[in-house]
Design a protein. Sequence first.
Length: 175
Amino acid sequence: MNPDSGEEIIMAIHRDITDQKQAEKRLRESERRHREALEKANLIAIQLDRSGKILFGNTFLCTLTGWEPEKIIGKNWVDFFIPEDIRNTTKKLHGENIIKEKVIEQFENPIMTRKGEIRHISWSNSRTLDEHGKLIGIISLGLDITERKMNRDQGTIFTITFPSDLKRYPVSATG
């Protein structure tokens, strides 16, 4: 209200947020494309928080291990998938690395399926950081190398896959 005239005064502030809304839309679309790529990859894709809780696990992980997504989300990765004989060592190593805010970029380790079968995985890992550069989790891509490892242990050098019937025929080296 204007104290001199007694008239009511209305003040409005206008700010154009078109650019901000477009940037948010581009970000959502980028995130959708990345998630879709992770879902379609023939690789394990997981996202863990600092404590090792599973935030995301793709379809390939679920198919390989026999678990449904709703059964693994929120579970601790080490407790759920790492074989018992290496579980404590794995937890200790994970904890030490989180404290140091570092991630081992490449390594191999076994995981356990729902049926208790062991699969050998080659991992590529990267850190997830917040806006201040602080470690908030890990994103990992894993390649199932179980057959390759078994073939190597049995003296098989490589495997040929025939696209017509998708059967695998091991090929061994002979003198």
